[in-house]
Design a protein around this ligand. Sequence first.
Ligand code: CAA
Ligand code: NAD
Length: 296
Amino acid sequence: MASIEKVGVLGCGLMGSGIAQVSAQAGFDTVVREIDQDALDRGLAAIRKSLDRAVKKERMTGDQRDEVLGRVHGTVDFGPLGDRDIVVEAVVEDLSVKEQVFGKLDELCGADTIFASNTSSLTITEMASVTERPDRFVGLHFFNPVPVMALVEVVRTGFTSDETFEAAWAFAKSVGKQPIACRDNSGFIVNRLLVPYMLDAIRAYEEGIGSIEGIDQGMRLGCGYPMGPFILGDFVGLDTLYKITEIMFDEYREKRFAPPPLLKRMVLAGHHGRKTGIGFYDYGGDEPVVSDFVKR
Ligand code: CAA
Ligand code: NAD
């Protein structure tokens, strides 16, 4: 298997933009594909903003930022992904969309190209099995915000070859992350533990055990977590969290993974957290305040 030099990223949202950034920062020529020009412009602006922050904090120079940006090539077409050594998929958490993009890539990419999914809760096996290269398919699960969080879960299925797993492991290290090996179970290691905790926080609020601020403060000050569960839910995206719970509940049929009614109502209302400006908190002012929607 050839060494990884050219990287492709599918999706330039919250995660795809971070993955494209760390890839380009590690020196890889990086193509990132979005569905339309507006979404691509938003994603590329997020990369620039994140790099500008690094320049401001004197962690890189303006010239270095420009070099990194020069290695990121945005596109709305699939074609430029055809010559990549690895493609990391970070599109919405929806099996049919992921199957569709991997089907297209499978026709387009060379036989050696490794496919990786950043899914939070789908199994890698269900995506790998729709391609002609299940042995060259892994999970590479990055954490949000990608430029900051040190971990990548590297997930192998029953199909994944040793060569592919080792190449993906080495790739995670080369973009500055600490890999851990995971079996292909829905939620892998971290979300298997984190998701029930976040859902339990919503249920605790629904049961009147504490206020949103109180529960968040409790976990921050009592346990030293950097964010309480509601601020974290808003940060992940409540639309994404809801998809994750539906997938994990469907997989395990256990109540601890079931979406609480409040989460569903918020998603239906279009309150998806920081990305829409309102979630459990309202981000319209200087400081987040608990949103009117959840208080009513
Ligand atoms: N992009 C790039 N850099 C960022 C950033 C972003 N979006 N947000 C923060 N940073 C950087 C800052 O520049 C800063 O760097 P320096 O310390 O070198 O100056 C550092 O991160 C700390 O930032 P701040 O001081 O602004 O804020 P903070 O101390 O509150 O930290 C945080 C922000 C790193 C996000 C921290 O709150 C944290 O760790 N939160 C928990 C995040 C978490 O749990 N992520 C996992 C989510 S679950 C998941 O990802 C899996 C899934 O499948 C859903
Ligand atoms: P997001 O909604 O911010 O971004 C998804 C992007 O995919 C959107 O910009 C959308 O336009 C784009 N997209 C949709 N269909 C596409 C296609 N066919 N081709 C190219 N782009 C397409 O979501 P996100 O938070 O970045 O999540 C992406 C993936 O990463 C999901 O599988 C999610 O479960 C996973 N993930 C999310 C987090 C998190 O904290 N948000 C953490 C780890 C993993």
